[in-house]
Design a protein around this ligand. Sequence first.
Ligand SMILES: [Zn+2]
Length: 133
Amino acid sequence: MSGSDHGKINTVISAWLCIAIGSAVVLYSGSSPFSLALAAPISIAGVVLLVFGIGMKNEESVDYKIIKNWEPESDLLPDAGGPMYRIDTTLVEPIRTSVLCGRCGNVHWSEGGRPHSFVCPICEIELWRDEEE
Ligand SMILES: [Zn+2]
């Protein structure tokens, strides 16, 4: 378990403790204005912490999944007088690059970053070639 996971669990536990203490104050002291004034902020803090703690955890795993599983839609790009293409490189390891050929809509995956040149394997058209330095 990583350090950040531990921190999130601590946040959730503190949140439940706040709610429990807030509820206990009301239960044992009755619903007098004084105990409510004491319990309400503790309970609210607990709810806020809980939402924050759970939200933090979910948000991160969902984001990670989206990045991990994301791939471009296979769609046709308008032909603007030359071969159109779209290059997307993943943000997380393993680094892979997808090339969407605008002519046939084929998405080709390759390992690593953007290649220096690319020929679509379907329509055998050179989509780009970097100038030699
Ligand atoms: Zn193609």
